[in-house]
Design a protein around this ligand. Sequence first.
Ligand SMILES: [Zn+2]
Length: 242
Amino acid sequence: MFSPSFAYICNKNAWSMCVKRKIELFMVLFLLIGAIVASWKLSELTAGVSKEQKSKKNDVVIVVDPGHGGEDPGKVGVNDVLEKDLNLQVSQKVIALLEEVGIRIVTTREDDNVPTAKKEDLEQRIKLINDTNPTLALCIHQNSYPDPAIKGAQVFYYTPSEEAKAAATIVQEELRTVDPSNTRAIKANDTYYMLKNTKVPTIIVECGFLTNPEEAEKLTQEEYQNQLANAICEGIIKWLDK
Ligand SMILES: [Zn+2]
């Protein structure tokens, strides 16, 4: 049996349920608007960060040093290719890629013209590197070894420089993507004249062995040189972003 008081309680309950629903709806709407505003602010913030990173790259200077040149051919490959020519070809590809992302490049040679005396040539390169005071100096070379089976790109760095070691590590990792069979690891060096006398983080990329017939042949191919240049740049950019 209905009593009036019971009906009143029922209606009152329905009304309070209705208000509760409305409050819930408002809260959901409030949270939704909050989430939209927050994600908008976040995207604004990340856009700012990437802009800042980009401008950081504009402050970066890298000295690219294609090894040897002129009367100094460097190593001579089993296929008679000259190291100095490969160094220049790979370096020019690296330079084009780094300039594309806004990095300023200073290079020790743009062609085959270098001082005849090796000592004078090296001194000039070292002076240019130290005077430029770049973020990184990158020397490009080719390797050789008495055993023709030995192959693979390898990165050297000057022992005391932690920054150079970090750069060498990342560049070596990227070079491994070009040739997954390459098991060579980065190597510290404190005797190379170039590494010893530059006061900035310096790495030497030995792109491959001119004493390995298969690798010597690949190193002359434009497509392989592009892959090497890409890997070197990728490594440097990742190092800069760290
Ligand atoms: Zn060399």
